[in-house]
Ligand binder design. Structure first.
Ligand code: TPP
Ligand code: MG
Length: 546
Protein backbone atom coordinates (compact mmCIF):
# COMPACT_ATOMS: atom_id res chain seq x y z
CA UNK A 1 0.00 0.00 0.00
CA UNK A 2 1.10 3.56 -0.59
CA UNK A 3 2.19 5.23 2.66
CA UNK A 4 -0.26 8.12 2.22
CA UNK A 5 -3.08 5.56 1.83
CA UNK A 6 -1.91 3.92 5.04
CA UNK A 7 -1.91 7.31 6.78
CA UNK A 8 -5.55 7.85 5.79
CA UNK A 9 -6.42 4.30 6.95
CA UNK A 10 -4.65 4.94 10.24
CA UNK A 11 -6.69 8.12 10.78
CA UNK A 12 -9.91 6.29 9.89
CA UNK A 13 -8.89 3.60 12.35
CA UNK A 14 -8.78 6.29 15.05
CA UNK A 15 -12.35 7.31 14.22
CA UNK A 16 -11.39 10.63 12.61
CA UNK A 17 -14.44 12.32 11.02
CA UNK A 18 -12.99 15.59 9.76
CA UNK A 19 -9.67 17.01 8.68
CA UNK A 20 -9.60 20.81 8.81
CA UNK A 21 -6.99 22.57 6.75
CA UNK A 22 -5.34 23.79 3.60
CA UNK A 23 -3.35 21.27 1.54
CA UNK A 24 -0.17 22.29 -0.24
CA UNK A 25 1.83 20.65 -2.98
CA UNK A 26 3.61 18.46 -0.41
CA UNK A 27 0.28 16.95 0.73
CA UNK A 28 -0.95 15.96 -2.73
CA UNK A 29 -0.36 12.20 -2.29
CA UNK A 30 -2.20 12.37 1.03
CA UNK A 31 -4.99 14.43 -0.54
CA UNK A 32 -5.39 11.87 -3.28
CA UNK A 33 -5.55 9.10 -0.68
CA UNK A 34 -8.47 10.91 0.97
CA UNK A 35 -10.65 10.34 -2.10
CA UNK A 36 -13.28 7.78 -1.10
CA UNK A 37 -12.35 7.97 2.58
CA UNK A 38 -15.01 8.33 5.28
CA UNK A 39 -13.07 11.37 6.52
CA UNK A 40 -14.42 14.70 5.36
CA UNK A 41 -11.93 17.37 4.36
CA UNK A 42 -13.00 20.81 5.60
CA UNK A 43 -11.12 23.53 3.74
CA UNK A 44 -10.54 26.78 5.59
CA UNK A 45 -9.11 30.11 4.45
CA UNK A 46 -6.28 30.21 6.97
CA UNK A 47 -4.46 27.37 8.71
CA UNK A 48 -4.86 29.11 12.06
CA UNK A 49 -8.64 28.76 11.80
CA UNK A 50 -8.27 25.10 10.82
CA UNK A 51 -6.19 24.55 13.95
CA UNK A 52 -8.74 26.33 16.14
CA UNK A 53 -11.52 24.21 14.64
CA UNK A 54 -9.59 20.99 15.22
CA UNK A 55 -8.81 22.01 18.79
CA UNK A 56 -12.45 22.84 19.48
CA UNK A 57 -13.49 19.51 18.01
CA UNK A 58 -11.12 17.92 20.54
CA UNK A 59 -12.40 20.09 23.37
CA UNK A 60 -16.01 19.12 22.75
CA UNK A 61 -15.63 15.44 21.90
CA UNK A 62 -12.58 14.39 23.93
CA UNK A 63 -11.20 12.84 20.71
CA UNK A 64 -8.41 14.61 18.84
CA UNK A 65 -9.45 17.02 16.12
CA UNK A 66 -7.17 16.75 13.09
CA UNK A 67 -5.76 19.55 10.96
CA UNK A 68 -3.64 19.53 7.83
CA UNK A 69 -1.26 21.96 6.20
CA UNK A 70 1.67 22.18 3.89
CA UNK A 71 5.28 22.58 5.06
CA UNK A 72 6.95 25.89 6.14
CA UNK A 73 4.39 28.72 5.92
CA UNK A 74 1.36 26.47 6.41
CA UNK A 75 2.96 24.81 9.41
CA UNK A 76 4.00 28.10 11.02
CA UNK A 77 0.38 29.22 10.73
CA UNK A 78 -0.50 26.32 13.03
CA UNK A 79 1.69 27.62 15.84
CA UNK A 80 -0.93 29.74 17.63
CA UNK A 81 -3.54 27.00 17.32
CA UNK A 82 -1.06 24.45 18.72
CA UNK A 83 -0.44 26.69 21.72
CA UNK A 84 -4.21 27.18 22.09
CA UNK A 85 -4.81 23.42 22.18
CA UNK A 86 -1.80 22.73 24.36
CA UNK A 87 -2.57 25.32 27.05
CA UNK A 88 -6.32 24.75 26.82
CA UNK A 89 -5.90 20.95 27.18
CA UNK A 90 -7.71 20.23 23.92
CA UNK A 91 -6.63 17.06 22.10
CA UNK A 92 -5.48 17.92 18.58
CA UNK A 93 -3.38 16.21 15.91
CA UNK A 94 -1.55 18.37 13.36
CA UNK A 95 -0.33 16.78 10.16
CA UNK A 96 1.85 18.65 7.69
CA UNK A 97 3.87 17.86 4.59
CA UNK A 98 7.57 18.40 4.07
CA UNK A 99 9.95 18.38 1.09
CA UNK A 100 11.54 15.01 0.28
CA UNK A 101 13.97 13.98 2.99
CA UNK A 102 16.02 11.45 1.01
CA UNK A 103 17.00 13.66 -1.90
CA UNK A 104 16.89 17.41 -2.17
CA UNK A 105 15.36 18.81 -5.34
CA UNK A 106 14.89 22.47 -4.47
CA UNK A 107 17.70 23.31 -2.10
CA UNK A 108 16.26 24.65 1.14
CA UNK A 109 13.26 26.37 -0.46
CA UNK A 110 10.42 26.66 2.12
CA UNK A 111 12.17 24.29 4.50
CA UNK A 112 12.20 25.05 8.19
CA UNK A 113 12.60 22.53 10.98
CA UNK A 114 8.93 22.20 11.90
CA UNK A 115 9.47 19.20 14.19
CA UNK A 116 11.76 21.30 16.39
CA UNK A 117 9.53 24.35 16.07
CA UNK A 118 6.57 22.39 17.44
CA UNK A 119 8.42 20.69 20.30
CA UNK A 120 7.91 23.34 22.99
CA UNK A 121 4.19 23.70 22.23
CA UNK A 122 3.15 20.06 21.75
CA UNK A 123 3.24 16.78 23.67
CA UNK A 124 4.75 14.92 20.73
CA UNK A 125 6.45 16.12 17.56
CA UNK A 126 7.93 13.63 15.07
CA UNK A 127 8.73 13.15 11.42
CA UNK A 128 7.73 9.98 9.58
CA UNK A 129 10.98 8.65 8.09
CA UNK A 130 9.56 5.35 6.88
CA UNK A 131 6.00 4.47 5.87
CA UNK A 132 6.26 1.36 8.01
CA UNK A 133 6.21 3.54 11.14
CA UNK A 134 2.87 5.16 10.35
CA UNK A 135 0.65 2.70 12.30
CA UNK A 136 2.61 2.97 15.54
CA UNK A 137 3.24 6.71 15.22
CA UNK A 138 -0.40 7.56 14.58
CA UNK A 139 -1.61 5.27 17.37
CA UNK A 140 0.85 6.75 19.81
CA UNK A 141 0.17 10.34 18.77
CA UNK A 142 -3.57 9.88 19.34
CA UNK A 143 -2.97 8.18 22.68
CA UNK A 144 -0.72 11.02 23.84
CA UNK A 145 -3.09 13.74 22.59
CA UNK A 146 -5.99 12.49 24.72
CA UNK A 147 -4.06 11.37 27.77
CA UNK A 148 -4.52 13.77 30.69
CA UNK A 149 -3.51 16.51 30.46
CA UNK A 150 -4.68 16.50 26.79
CA UNK A 151 -3.01 18.71 24.19
CA UNK A 152 -1.49 19.10 20.75
CA UNK A 153 0.64 16.57 18.86
CA UNK A 154 2.41 16.93 15.54
CA UNK A 155 3.31 14.51 12.73
CA UNK A 156 5.30 15.51 9.65
CA UNK A 157 4.83 13.39 6.53
CA UNK A 158 7.49 14.22 3.90
CA UNK A 159 6.37 13.89 0.31
CA UNK A 160 8.85 11.17 -0.68
CA UNK A 161 7.75 9.02 2.27
CA UNK A 162 4.07 9.65 1.43
CA UNK A 163 4.49 8.14 -2.03
CA UNK A 164 6.51 5.09 -0.91
CA UNK A 165 5.03 1.62 -0.72
CA UNK A 166 4.76 -0.11 2.65
CA UNK A 167 3.69 -3.51 3.94
CA UNK A 168 2.86 -2.29 7.41
CA UNK A 169 -0.56 -2.90 8.94
CA UNK A 170 -2.60 -1.04 11.56
CA UNK A 171 -2.88 -1.63 15.28
CA UNK A 172 -6.19 -1.98 17.06
CA UNK A 173 -7.23 1.06 19.02
CA UNK A 174 -7.11 -0.14 22.60
CA UNK A 175 -8.48 2.31 25.11
CA UNK A 176 -7.81 2.25 28.80
CA UNK A 177 -9.76 2.98 31.94
CA UNK A 178 -8.63 5.93 33.95
CA UNK A 179 -7.21 4.86 37.29
CA UNK A 180 -9.08 5.75 40.48
CA UNK A 181 -7.37 7.71 43.22
CA UNK A 182 -5.81 5.70 46.04
CA UNK A 183 -8.17 5.21 48.98
CA UNK A 184 -5.62 6.79 51.35
CA UNK A 185 -5.86 10.05 49.42
CA UNK A 186 -9.66 9.89 49.56
CA UNK A 187 -9.52 9.31 53.35
CA UNK A 188 -7.15 12.24 53.80
CA UNK A 189 -9.38 14.49 51.71
CA UNK A 190 -12.43 13.49 53.76
CA UNK A 191 -10.57 14.21 57.00
CA UNK A 192 -9.42 17.63 55.78
CA UNK A 193 -12.90 18.61 54.60
CA UNK A 194 -14.53 17.40 57.83
CA UNK A 195 -12.02 19.37 59.89
CA UNK A 196 -12.42 22.58 57.88
CA UNK A 197 -14.67 25.33 59.18
CA UNK A 198 -15.26 27.28 56.00
CA UNK A 199 -14.42 25.09 53.00
CA UNK A 200 -15.14 26.25 49.46
CA UNK A 201 -15.29 24.19 46.29
CA UNK A 202 -13.64 25.38 43.08
CA UNK A 203 -14.55 23.87 39.69
CA UNK A 204 -11.98 24.33 36.90
CA UNK A 205 -11.44 23.38 33.27
CA UNK A 206 -10.52 19.74 33.99
CA UNK A 207 -14.01 19.13 35.35
CA UNK A 208 -15.44 20.23 31.99
CA UNK A 209 -13.42 17.65 30.07
CA UNK A 210 -15.23 14.62 31.42
CA UNK A 211 -18.70 14.04 32.83
CA UNK A 212 -18.22 15.16 36.41
CA UNK A 213 -21.32 17.31 36.93
CA UNK A 214 -23.56 14.68 38.54
CA UNK A 215 -20.93 13.63 41.10
CA UNK A 216 -20.16 17.24 41.96
CA UNK A 217 -23.78 18.19 42.36
CA UNK A 218 -24.33 15.27 44.70
CA UNK A 219 -21.31 16.34 46.76
CA UNK A 220 -22.56 19.94 46.98
CA UNK A 221 -26.09 18.86 47.89
CA UNK A 222 -24.85 16.45 50.53
CA UNK A 223 -22.36 18.81 52.20
CA UNK A 224 -23.94 22.22 51.58
CA UNK A 225 -20.53 23.55 50.62
CA UNK A 226 -20.59 26.70 48.47
CA UNK A 227 -18.86 26.54 45.11
CA UNK A 228 -17.43 28.83 42.47
CA UNK A 229 -15.79 28.15 39.12
CA UNK A 230 -13.08 29.31 36.77
CA UNK A 231 -14.03 30.64 33.36
CA UNK A 232 -13.31 27.29 31.70
CA UNK A 233 -15.12 25.41 34.47
CA UNK A 234 -18.41 27.14 33.77
CA UNK A 235 -21.54 25.04 33.49
CA UNK A 236 -20.19 21.81 35.00
CA UNK A 237 -22.80 22.32 37.73
CA UNK A 238 -25.87 24.38 36.82
CA UNK A 239 -25.07 27.94 37.92
CA UNK A 240 -28.65 28.50 39.11
CA UNK A 241 -27.75 26.31 42.12
CA UNK A 242 -28.37 28.05 45.46
CA UNK A 243 -24.77 27.36 46.56
CA UNK A 244 -23.17 28.93 43.48
CA UNK A 245 -21.05 31.94 44.38
CA UNK A 246 -19.97 33.02 40.91
CA UNK A 247 -17.17 32.79 38.36
CA UNK A 248 -13.65 34.06 38.96
CA UNK A 249 -13.24 36.48 36.05
CA UNK A 250 -11.20 39.29 37.57
CA UNK A 251 -7.77 38.62 39.05
CA UNK A 252 -8.52 40.09 42.47
CA UNK A 253 -10.78 42.31 44.59
CA UNK A 254 -14.04 40.78 43.35
CA UNK A 255 -16.64 39.52 45.85
CA UNK A 256 -15.34 36.03 45.31
CA UNK A 257 -11.86 36.98 46.39
CA UNK A 258 -13.19 38.23 49.71
CA UNK A 259 -15.11 34.98 50.14
CA UNK A 260 -11.87 33.18 49.36
CA UNK A 261 -10.04 35.15 52.03
CA UNK A 262 -12.45 33.76 54.65
CA UNK A 263 -12.06 30.17 53.47
CA UNK A 264 -9.72 27.85 55.37
CA UNK A 265 -9.83 25.11 52.72
CA UNK A 266 -10.30 25.08 48.95
CA UNK A 267 -11.35 21.82 47.37
CA UNK A 268 -10.02 22.33 43.87
CA UNK A 269 -11.66 20.19 41.24
CA UNK A 270 -9.89 20.19 37.90
CA UNK A 271 -8.20 23.57 38.00
CA UNK A 272 -4.54 23.76 37.07
CA UNK A 273 -2.34 26.83 36.98
CA UNK A 274 -2.35 27.14 33.20
CA UNK A 275 -5.79 28.69 33.38
CA UNK A 276 -5.50 32.18 34.92
CA UNK A 277 -5.42 31.47 38.68
CA UNK A 278 -8.70 32.27 40.43
CA UNK A 279 -6.85 32.66 43.75
CA UNK A 280 -3.30 32.80 45.01
CA UNK A 281 -1.98 30.60 47.78
CA UNK A 282 0.25 32.03 50.47
CA UNK A 283 2.57 30.18 52.82
CA UNK A 284 0.77 29.52 56.11
CA UNK A 285 -2.56 30.51 54.53
CA UNK A 286 -5.54 28.42 53.60
CA UNK A 287 -5.08 24.81 52.57
CA UNK A 288 -5.86 23.33 49.17
CA UNK A 289 -6.84 19.82 48.11
CA UNK A 290 -5.97 19.27 44.46
CA UNK A 291 -8.37 16.81 42.85
CA UNK A 292 -7.41 16.13 39.27
CA UNK A 293 -6.27 13.55 36.74
CA UNK A 294 -2.67 14.48 37.55
CA UNK A 295 -0.74 15.91 40.49
CA UNK A 296 -0.48 19.67 40.94
CA UNK A 297 2.14 21.60 39.02
CA UNK A 298 3.83 23.59 41.74
CA UNK A 299 4.04 27.33 41.40
CA UNK A 300 4.76 30.24 43.75
CA UNK A 301 1.00 30.78 43.96
CA UNK A 302 -0.06 27.12 44.00
CA UNK A 303 1.35 24.37 46.26
CA UNK A 304 -1.56 22.19 47.49
CA UNK A 305 -1.24 20.20 50.71
CA UNK A 306 -2.94 17.12 49.23
CA UNK A 307 -3.14 15.57 45.76
CA UNK A 308 -6.07 13.29 44.95
CA UNK A 309 -4.96 11.92 41.61
CA UNK A 310 -7.29 9.83 39.48
CA UNK A 311 -10.57 10.05 37.65
CA UNK A 312 -12.19 13.25 38.99
CA UNK A 313 -15.74 12.00 38.97
CA UNK A 314 -14.90 8.81 40.91
CA UNK A 315 -12.78 10.75 43.39
CA UNK A 316 -15.64 13.12 44.12
CA UNK A 317 -18.11 10.23 44.40
CA UNK A 318 -15.83 8.40 46.80
CA UNK A 319 -15.36 11.47 48.95
CA UNK A 320 -19.15 12.06 48.96
CA UNK A 321 -19.79 8.49 50.08
CA UNK A 322 -17.41 8.74 53.01
CA UNK A 323 -17.95 12.25 54.22
CA UNK A 324 -20.18 13.25 57.08
CA UNK A 325 -20.56 16.96 57.75
CA UNK A 326 -21.81 16.51 61.30
CA UNK A 327 -20.43 19.72 62.84
CA UNK A 328 -22.44 22.91 62.36
CA UNK A 329 -20.72 25.31 60.02
CA UNK A 330 -21.37 28.98 59.68
CA UNK A 331 -21.75 29.62 55.97
CA UNK A 332 -23.68 32.86 56.52
CA UNK A 333 -20.90 35.03 55.08
CA UNK A 334 -20.96 33.02 51.85
CA UNK A 335 -24.74 33.32 51.78
CA UNK A 336 -24.37 37.11 52.03
CA UNK A 337 -21.76 37.14 49.27
CA UNK A 338 -24.06 35.12 47.06
CA UNK A 339 -26.98 37.47 47.68
CA UNK A 340 -24.86 40.50 46.93
CA UNK A 341 -23.29 39.00 43.81
CA UNK A 342 -26.66 37.94 42.42
CA UNK A 343 -28.14 41.40 43.00
CA UNK A 344 -25.24 43.21 41.44
CA UNK A 345 -24.87 40.96 38.43
CA UNK A 346 -28.38 41.78 37.34
CA UNK A 347 -28.11 45.56 37.88
CA UNK A 348 -27.98 46.52 34.20
CA UNK A 349 -29.83 43.52 32.84
CA UNK A 350 -32.82 45.64 31.78
CA UNK A 351 -30.92 48.82 30.83
CA UNK A 352 -31.90 49.67 27.27
CA UNK A 353 -29.40 52.42 26.50
CA UNK A 354 -27.85 52.18 23.06
CA UNK A 355 -25.02 51.52 22.15
CA UNK A 356 -25.67 48.46 24.27
CA UNK A 357 -24.00 47.73 27.59
CA UNK A 358 -22.21 44.36 27.65
CA UNK A 359 -24.27 43.47 30.74
CA UNK A 360 -27.46 43.95 28.71
CA UNK A 361 -26.08 41.82 25.87
CA UNK A 362 -25.48 39.03 28.35
CA UNK A 363 -29.02 39.19 29.69
CA UNK A 364 -30.58 39.28 26.22
CA UNK A 365 -28.59 36.25 25.09
CA UNK A 366 -29.40 34.33 28.26
CA UNK A 367 -33.11 35.06 27.73
CA UNK A 368 -33.13 34.04 24.09
CA UNK A 369 -31.01 30.88 24.32
CA UNK A 370 -32.01 27.52 25.76
CA UNK A 371 -30.06 25.48 28.30
CA UNK A 372 -28.06 23.56 25.65
CA UNK A 373 -27.37 26.39 23.19
CA UNK A 374 -23.74 27.46 22.89
CA UNK A 375 -22.07 30.86 23.07
CA UNK A 376 -18.46 31.09 21.94
CA UNK A 377 -16.24 34.04 22.75
CA UNK A 378 -13.15 35.53 21.20
CA UNK A 379 -10.88 37.53 23.53
CA UNK A 380 -11.76 41.04 24.58
CA UNK A 381 -13.13 42.87 27.58
CA UNK A 382 -16.65 41.44 27.03
CA UNK A 383 -15.19 38.07 28.09
CA UNK A 384 -15.09 39.34 31.66
CA UNK A 385 -18.74 40.38 31.48
CA UNK A 386 -19.76 37.02 30.06
CA UNK A 387 -17.71 35.05 32.57
CA UNK A 388 -19.15 37.00 35.51
CA UNK A 389 -22.72 37.59 34.35
CA UNK A 390 -23.72 34.79 31.94
CA UNK A 391 -25.02 31.83 33.89
CA UNK A 392 -24.36 28.46 32.29
CA UNK A 393 -26.87 25.71 32.84
CA UNK A 394 -24.92 22.92 31.14
CA UNK A 395 -21.25 21.98 30.64
CA UNK A 396 -19.38 23.55 27.73
CA UNK A 397 -22.15 25.95 26.77
CA UNK A 398 -19.91 29.04 27.08
CA UNK A 399 -16.75 28.30 25.15
CA UNK A 400 -13.96 30.70 25.93
CA UNK A 401 -10.20 30.54 26.10
CA UNK A 402 -8.74 31.46 29.45
CA UNK A 403 -5.46 29.61 28.89
CA UNK A 404 -3.70 31.05 25.82
CA UNK A 405 -6.41 33.74 25.70
CA UNK A 406 -5.70 34.38 22.06
CA UNK A 407 -7.69 36.67 19.83
CA UNK A 408 -8.99 35.22 16.56
CA UNK A 409 -10.33 31.84 17.71
CA UNK A 410 -13.93 32.80 18.42
CA UNK A 411 -15.48 32.33 14.99
CA UNK A 412 -13.60 29.10 14.28
CA UNK A 413 -14.65 27.62 17.60
CA UNK A 414 -18.28 28.54 16.87
CA UNK A 415 -18.06 26.82 13.49
CA UNK A 416 -16.70 23.61 15.00
CA UNK A 417 -19.32 23.71 17.76
CA UNK A 418 -22.11 24.07 15.20
CA UNK A 419 -20.75 21.21 13.08
CA UNK A 420 -20.78 18.98 16.15
CA UNK A 421 -24.16 20.18 17.46
CA UNK A 422 -26.29 21.10 14.47
CA UNK A 423 -29.42 20.82 16.63
CA UNK A 424 -28.28 23.57 19.00
CA UNK A 425 -28.11 27.28 18.34
CA UNK A 426 -24.58 28.69 18.33
CA UNK A 427 -23.77 32.36 18.83
CA UNK A 428 -20.26 33.67 18.31
CA UNK A 429 -19.48 36.86 20.25
CA UNK A 430 -16.40 38.76 19.09
CA UNK A 431 -14.72 42.10 19.51
CA UNK A 432 -14.15 44.04 16.30
CA UNK A 433 -10.40 43.47 16.80
CA UNK A 434 -10.53 39.71 17.33
CA UNK A 435 -13.15 39.19 14.64
CA UNK A 436 -10.96 40.85 12.01
CA UNK A 437 -8.09 38.48 12.83
CA UNK A 438 -9.91 35.54 11.21
CA UNK A 439 -12.94 37.10 9.54
CA UNK A 440 -12.03 35.42 6.25
CA UNK A 441 -13.64 32.29 7.70
CA UNK A 442 -17.03 33.84 6.97
CA UNK A 443 -16.53 32.26 3.56
CA UNK A 444 -15.95 28.84 5.15
CA UNK A 445 -19.04 29.18 7.36
CA UNK A 446 -21.21 30.14 4.38
CA UNK A 447 -19.76 27.34 2.22
CA UNK A 448 -20.42 24.78 4.96
CA UNK A 449 -24.04 25.98 5.18
CA UNK A 450 -23.74 26.56 8.90
CA UNK A 451 -26.54 28.30 10.75
CA UNK A 452 -24.62 30.75 12.87
CA UNK A 453 -25.17 34.07 14.56
CA UNK A 454 -22.03 36.19 14.77
CA UNK A 455 -22.09 39.27 16.95
CA UNK A 456 -19.33 41.82 16.42
CA UNK A 457 -19.03 44.27 19.31
CA UNK A 458 -18.15 47.51 17.62
CA UNK A 459 -16.10 49.99 19.67
CA UNK A 460 -13.53 50.72 16.93
CA UNK A 461 -10.80 49.87 19.41
CA UNK A 462 -8.83 47.22 21.25
CA UNK A 463 -11.23 47.82 24.13
CA UNK A 464 -9.72 45.36 26.58
CA UNK A 465 -6.35 47.08 26.44
CA UNK A 466 -8.04 50.49 26.73
CA UNK A 467 -9.72 49.29 29.89
CA UNK A 468 -6.39 48.09 31.31
CA UNK A 469 -4.74 51.34 30.23
CA UNK A 470 -7.35 53.33 32.13
CA UNK A 471 -7.09 50.99 35.15
CA UNK A 472 -3.37 51.66 35.31
CA UNK A 473 -3.91 55.41 35.18
CA UNK A 474 -2.36 55.87 31.74
CA UNK A 475 -3.49 58.33 29.11
CA UNK A 476 -5.90 57.07 26.43
CA UNK A 477 -3.46 56.45 23.57
CA UNK A 478 -2.75 54.23 20.60
CA UNK A 479 -5.64 51.75 20.57
CA UNK A 480 -8.26 53.14 18.17
CA UNK A 481 -8.90 52.08 14.58
CA UNK A 482 -11.53 52.23 11.86
CA UNK A 483 -13.74 49.31 10.94
CA UNK A 484 -15.03 48.19 7.57
CA UNK A 485 -18.78 48.31 7.01
CA UNK A 486 -19.49 44.95 8.64
CA UNK A 487 -22.94 44.64 7.05
CA UNK A 488 -21.56 45.02 3.53
CA UNK A 489 -18.59 42.87 4.48
CA UNK A 490 -20.89 40.04 5.59
CA UNK A 491 -23.03 40.40 2.47
CA UNK A 492 -19.99 40.17 0.23
CA UNK A 493 -19.43 36.65 1.61
CA UNK A 494 -23.03 35.63 1.03
CA UNK A 495 -23.96 36.05 4.70
CA UNK A 496 -26.71 38.29 6.08
CA UNK A 497 -25.57 41.54 7.68
CA UNK A 498 -27.58 43.45 10.31
CA UNK A 499 -27.06 46.72 12.12
CA UNK A 500 -29.51 47.31 14.98
CA UNK A 501 -30.39 50.86 15.98
CA UNK A 502 -31.73 50.21 19.46
CA UNK A 503 -31.79 47.56 22.16
CA UNK A 504 -35.28 46.50 21.10
CA UNK A 505 -34.18 46.34 17.49
CA UNK A 506 -31.24 44.16 18.48
CA UNK A 507 -33.55 41.75 20.30
CA UNK A 508 -35.78 41.43 17.24
CA UNK A 509 -32.82 40.94 14.89
CA UNK A 510 -31.25 38.39 17.21
CA UNK A 511 -34.49 36.47 17.51
CA UNK A 512 -35.01 36.43 13.74
CA UNK A 513 -31.40 35.47 13.07
CA UNK A 514 -31.52 32.62 15.61
CA UNK A 515 -34.64 31.31 13.97
CA UNK A 516 -33.59 31.45 10.35
CA UNK A 517 -30.93 29.58 8.44
CA UNK A 518 -27.55 30.77 7.24
CA UNK A 519 -24.81 32.94 8.63
CA UNK A 520 -25.96 36.18 10.28
CA UNK A 521 -23.55 38.89 11.30
CA UNK A 522 -24.82 41.54 13.71
CA UNK A 523 -22.73 44.72 13.88
CA UNK A 524 -23.51 45.79 17.43
CA UNK A 525 -22.32 49.12 18.81
CA UNK A 526 -21.20 48.56 22.39
CA UNK A 527 -20.95 50.95 25.32
CA UNK A 528 -17.82 50.24 27.35
CA UNK A 529 -17.98 53.49 29.34
CA UNK A 530 -18.88 51.71 32.60
CA UNK A 531 -16.11 49.09 32.43
CA UNK A 532 -13.63 51.03 34.51
CA UNK A 533 -16.06 52.46 37.06
CA UNK A 534 -17.68 49.09 37.74
CA UNK A 535 -14.92 46.53 37.26
CA UNK A 536 -12.04 48.52 38.72
CA UNK A 537 -13.71 50.78 41.26
CA UNK A 538 -17.24 49.86 42.33
CA UNK A 539 -16.70 46.14 42.77
CA UNK A 540 -13.57 46.62 44.87
CA UNK A 541 -15.27 49.17 47.10
CA UNK A 542 -18.43 47.19 47.70
CA UNK A 543 -16.79 43.79 47.95
CA UNK A 544 -14.33 44.94 50.59
CA UNK A 545 -17.17 46.49 52.59
CA UNK A 546 -19.17 43.26 52.76
C1 TPP B 1 -3.50 37.24 19.14
C2 TPP B 1 -3.57 38.22 20.27
N1 TPP B 1 -3.04 39.45 20.12
C3 TPP B 1 -3.12 40.35 21.12
C4 TPP B 1 -3.73 40.01 22.30
C5 TPP B 1 -3.80 41.03 23.43
N2 TPP B 1 -5.20 41.51 23.54
C6 TPP B 1 -6.07 40.94 24.38
S1 TPP B 1 -7.61 41.57 24.25
C7 TPP B 1 -7.11 42.68 23.08
C8 TPP B 1 -8.07 43.65 22.47
C9 TPP B 1 -9.33 43.00 21.97
O1 TPP B 1 -10.02 43.92 21.16
P1 TPP B 1 -11.39 43.52 20.54
O2 TPP B 1 -11.32 42.18 19.90
O3 TPP B 1 -11.88 44.63 19.69
O4 TPP B 1 -12.32 43.35 21.82
P2 TPP B 1 -12.85 44.50 22.79
O5 TPP B 1 -12.09 44.37 24.08
O6 TPP B 1 -12.62 45.82 22.12
O7 TPP B 1 -14.30 44.21 22.94
C10 TPP B 1 -5.75 42.53 22.79
C11 TPP B 1 -5.00 43.35 21.80
C12 TPP B 1 -4.24 38.70 22.42
N3 TPP B 1 -4.83 38.26 23.53
N4 TPP B 1 -4.17 37.83 21.38
MG1 MG C 1 -13.06 46.31 20.14
Amino acid sequence: MKSSDLMVKALENEGVEYIFGIPGEENLDFLNSLIGSSIRLVLTRHEQAAGFMAATYGRLTGQPGVCLSTLGPGATNFVTAAAYAQLGAMPMVMLTGQKPIKTSKQGRFQIIDVVDLMKPITKYSEQVVDGGNIPSMVRDAFRIAVEERPGAVYIELPEDIAEEQTEASLFDVVGCFRPDAASESIDQAVAMIEAAERPLLLIGAGANRKATGAALREFIDKTGIYFFNTQMGKGVVDERHDRFLGTAALSDHDFLHYALKRADLIINIGHDVIEKPPFFMEKGGKKVIHINFFAAHIDDVYFPQLNVVGDISTSVQNISNKISMSAERDFSYYARVKQEVDNRLSTYFEDDRFPLLPQRLVSILRQQLTDEDIVTLDNGVYKIWFARNYKCYQPNTLLLDNALATMGAGLASAMAAKMLHPERKVVSVNGDGGFMMNSQELETAVRLNLDLVIIVLNDSAYGMIKWKQQGMGFEDFGLDYNNPDFVKYAESFGAEGHRPASAADFQTILDESLNSSGVHLIDLPVDYSLNHSILNVLITESASAL
